[in-house]
Design a protein around this ligand. Structure first.
Ligand code: F6R
Length: 241
């Protein structure tokens, strides 16, 4: 695990965006794993600037990490909508090349299997972008998730629902379930870049980087990843020894 500590959240976004840009220039048909939430927004905004200067992402295929179950595709907080507004439209990915797990499927287990198959058919994920939850989750693999897990239906932890209530009008509107890539799926990415900003992430970051590898901190599984970069601002790094 490579740890990069930078002064500000904006520096984190810029650093990770440059890394993505370098990988796309080296491989225009990159298969890109996409996180949602607050952590990656500066990456996507930086990349929009690179696209305006000529970076071409039209050959890139994207796979979101996760999706809520039970909210409509047009809900502003559905990850299908977030990926469209933060990635597909500003960065010029082809809409058909940006997939999100189908959290509205009648058969969610089949939707999860289909998603795994689609990732495999694309040749696997070259570069996975990740954030980390305050409870140590990556994707929505909550504490106690199996290291071997694949894309599946998960119950969101109370801590995650509380953390994500800021995106919803009413905390009761935060979905209770999701489809998420598994830890096994994430571990198979050829490169993983996790970004974290702010003191609220410091404890989870320390557990992920310096703690024992434990299902109680799912992010710690990245200690087994052959090529993982963790990009932090000083506040997120503040609990590292
Ligand atoms: C989002 C995801 C989650 C978030 C994590 C941090 O697709 O998979 O693991 O990265 O919950 O969320 P933010 O970035 O909003 O603090």
């Amino acid at each position: 695990m490579e740890i990069v500590i930078l002064p500000t959240p904006a520096d984190v976004g810029r650093y990770a965006a440059r890394l993505v840009e370098a990988r796309v220039r080296a491989r225009p048909s990159l298969v890109w794993g996409l996180a949602t939430g607050s952590s990656p927004t500066a990456i996507y905004a930086e990349l929009a600037g690179a696209v305006a200067r000529g970076l071409d992402l039209t050959g890139v295929r994207g796979f979101a990490l996760d999706e809520y179950v039970g909210i409509s595709e047009t809900h502003p907080e559905s990850y299908a909508r977030v990926i469209r507004s933060q990635v597909v439209e500003p960065l010029g990915l082809r809409p058909e090349n940006a997939r999100v797990p189908d959290g509205r499927a009648a058969d969610l287990e089949q939707a999860a299997r289909d998603y795994e198959r689609a990732i495999a058919d694309a040749g696997g994920i070259d570069l996975q972008i990740l954030g980390i939850g305050s409870n140590g989750h990556i994707g929505f693999n909550e504490p106690t998730s199996s290291f071997a897990s694949r894309t599946r239906l998960k119950t969101l932890a109370p801590q995650t629902r509380a953390d994500n209530a800021r995106f919803f009008d009413d905390p009761a509107d935060v979905p209770t379930h999701c489809l998420t890539q598994g830890l096994g799926t994430i571990l198979e990415s050829r490169e993983a870049v996790l970004v974290a900003q702010g003191e609220a992430k410091a404890r989870a970051v320390a557990a992920m980087v310096e703690g024992p590898v434990s299902a109680m901190c799912p992010g710690s599984v990245l200690q087994f990843h052959p090529r993982a970069v963790v990009v932090l601002d000083e506040a997120a790094a503040s609990a590292l020894t």
